[in-house]
Design a protein around this ligand. Structure first.
Ligand SMILES: Cc1ncc(COP(=O)(O)O)c(C=O)c1O
Length: 368
């Protein structure tokens, strides 16, 4: 039986091997390896892709979030509101600044932060909201931006899973005050290692991130402010430039695959991914829910189909964050999502036949 993997990075590499090899050979022969010409060129191209004025290459998506918050002046004594159903990185980045993360529940239909819960969590110490555009579907930004404007809060988009997703035709990364992207290899735009970017239309915030990402240096070895070391290297930037040229075609292919899944799975009564009006998702994941998720996952495995769970525990129930004091039952929709979500294989190289095989297996799962 042919295995259908949960993701398959080598196939994509084969389609761009020649472009990547010539770029990496040129960079290695060039003698400049960190924050050089490739990084600047990628920053300009990625900013343009997001319809934003500035992009700054950093070492990871987690760092991009931390640096975005630091640029907004957020630190000890401040509170930042974020969803609990997210990659733990969202939360960890807030903690790294010294601020207190305030976790709230999600809208289960969209898997993103519920604006009604944001409003209830705001205190005089709140400084920012982090909407996470989870699975490639933008959060409900119209309402979130309205709340933020009214309460004078920063909106830091966690766009790690949503390169190219848009609302009303405007791409994520240019919707809030500042945004963080990850180029972890499995992302829609992935490097061959770690990488990230901060994107913003605000020149002042951009300049702060430029300082903060490299020890607060404007001039080498002179720290104007306390910063961190979070730099993007030339090889990753060169590879990202190659891949950025293919991103639209790959996102389009993801949408086609998603559309086939929607057609085939519409026969089932399972909750399928959100498709809010005025939103163009990029299907970083195709997530379904099932009350017997683990049994379905085992069944699919027995049919040669690998799946993933994003994420098996909400942040507030992670053993490492037990000090939060939020027990089971405190954020019920995040907990239900963690118990029931299942990510089916979805990547541009998946064939129509493979998609049909996955959908057929989901539909034939016994004893639903
Ligand atoms: C929603 C979300 N936020 C933040 C991150 C952190 O990105 P990185 O792994 O590049 O640090 C990730 C990726 O893992 C993510 O999926």
């Amino acid at each position: 039986m042919d295995i259908i993997p949960a993701f398959e990075l080598r196939k994509q590499y084969e389609t761009i091997r020649h472009e990547v090899e010539s770029v990496t050979a040129r960079i290695m022969a060039g003698g400049s390896y960190i924050l050089g010409g490739e990084v600047s060129a990628f920053e300009a191209e990625f900013a343009e892709y997001c319809s934003a004025s500035h992009a700054l290459g950093v070492a990871s998506g987690t760092d991009a979030l931390q640096l975005s918050l630091m640029a907004c002046g957020i630190g000890a004594g401040d509170e930042v509101i974020a969803p609990s159903h997210t990659a733990v990185a969202t939360f960890a980045a807030i903690e790294m600044t010294g601020a207190r993360p305030v976790l709230v529940d999600i809208d289960l239909a969209r898997y993103t932060i519920d604006p009604a819960h944001i409003a209830k969590a705001i205190t005089p110490r709140t400084r920012a909201i982090i909407p996470v555009h989870l699975y490639g579907c933008p959060a409900d930004m119209d309402v979130i931006l309205e709340i933020a404007r009214e309460k004078e809060l920063f909106v830091v988009e966690d766009a790690a899973q949503a390169h190219g997703a848009a609302i009303h035709g405007r791409r994520v990364g240019s919707l809030g005050d500042i945004a963080a992207f990850s180029f972890y290899p499995t992302k829609n735009l992935g490097a061959f290692g770690d990488g990230g970017a901060v994107v913003t239309n605000n020149s002042e915030l951009a300049e702060k991130v430029r300082l903060l990402r490299q020890h607060g240096w404007k001039e080498r070895y002179i720290s104007q402010v306390k910063g961190i070391n979070s730099r993007l290297d030339e090889l990753q930037a060169g590879i990202l430039r190659v891949k950025l040229r293919h991103l639209e075609e790959w996102n389009q292919r993801r949408r086609q695959i998603a559309s086939l899944y929607f057609d085939l799975l519409s026969k089932s009564d399972l909750p399928l991914p959100p498709r809010p009006s005025d939103v163009e998702p990029v299907f970083h994941q195709f997530v379904i829910r099932h009350p017997r998720r683990d049994a379905l996952r085992e069944y699919l495995k027995s049919q040669g189909i690998q799946t993933l769970v994003h994420y098996p525990l909400p942040v507030h129930l992670q053993p490492g964050y037990a000090n939060l004091g939020l027990g089971r039952g405190s954020l019920p929709r995040s907990e239900r999502a963690a118990d029931e979500v299942l990510s089916l294989p979805l990547y541009p190289e998946l064939t129509e036949e493979q998609v049909r095989r996955v959908a057929q297996a989901v539909l034939t799962f016994p004893n639903r």
